[in-house]
Design a protein around this ligand. Sequence first.
Ligand SMILES: Cc1cc2nc3c(=O)[nH]c(=O)nc-3n(C[C@H](O)[C@H](O)[C@H](O)COP(=O)(O)OP(=O)(O)OC[C@H]3O[C@@H](n4cnc5c(N)ncnc54)[C@H](O)[C@@H]3O)c2cc1C
Length: 314
Amino acid sequence: MLDGASKTVFHLIARSQTFKKLASHYGMRQPSSFARRFIAGETAAEAMEAARAVEAGGMTSTMDLLGESVTSLDKADAATRDYIAVIDAMIASGVGRNVSLKLTQLGLDVDKAMAIDNFRKILGRAEPADFFVRIDMENSPYTEVTLEIFETLWRHGHRQIGVVLQSALYRSENDLGHINALGGRVRLTKGAYKEPKAAAYQKKADVDAAFARMVKTLITTGHYPAIATHDPAMIELTRAIAREHNVAPDRFEFQMLNGVRRDLQTMLVKAGYRVRVYIPFGREWFPYFMRRLGERPANVMFMLRGIFGERGSS
Ligand SMILES: Cc1cc2nc3c(=O)[nH]c(=O)nc-3n(C[C@H](O)[C@H](O)[C@H](O)COP(=O)(O)OP(=O)(O)OC[C@H]3O[C@@H](n4cnc5c(N)ncnc54)[C@H](O)[C@@H]3O)c2cc1C
């Protein structure tokens, strides 16, 4: 998470059309292009290769076919078909059966009932093949509807699904109590979106403090929770709480993003913990990539060096 001035500078860069053009053009062009640090590639084959590499390192993966904020029924239909094709490709390639998706990718902004229908179609293929499907959490205008859709499907007997909570939001601790009572599986994150004061803590210290409280609730009363963070302090805290309450390392998992803190991923595996790596891929990588830049000023420099390096050499 960025604080103060760097956040303002980042948002100015993010709104620049010139920047968007340059980043989109140069980001994935070559195997060494800068966006590939976070994104496995534009094709399913590249994503499977990334998943196999993760699995060879003793970890598991979750596959994310990038896409969000779809604005037409046709595009939502196409995204649904694409997801089903990814599931088929995963079955064929033998990688771990776990995917993550966003409801706006399935048409939530166009028509809620259709988005639910599309989600059910995906579950229709995923569940018989024993996949776990995680609904990613988008920005706060979608929190209520996302949790409502999760709960409705859960109550209809779909038990291979889970949701995400963001400690940045004031409401999340309450939501956690509710989902725990249902028996649902939660991925805990800090939250990747710039949120208004009315909905979310603005200071990193407050987001971290809420994350720490939620870790304690999840480790002691959650249902196979996922602690999704690269923050060494939060990872240490999770381990300490688990030890203190005699919660075995196979009762929860850590999750991290592809390309972020591989050192911590390896360290946790060696220490006997479960680690799942989130593997995003696909042509619609720009918004995801921008959120990763927003989390760390050094990433912006990394990308600018990439753009100017590639321009210089082309
Ligand atoms: C598996 C997974 C799934 C996620 N799903 C969602 C979701 O559905 N909805 C949502 O809103 N957010 C999601 N997130 C993102 C999350 O909300 C945070 O924005 C992100 O994880 C950064 O926060 P952090 O907990 O790592 O801690 P921070 O305090 O932000 O970072 C701690 C340390 O991690 C490293 N780090 C963090 N981010 C980066 C980066 N981009 N590049 C390089 N180093 C970095 C740095 O060393 C940093 O000092 C997900 C994160 C993970 C790991």
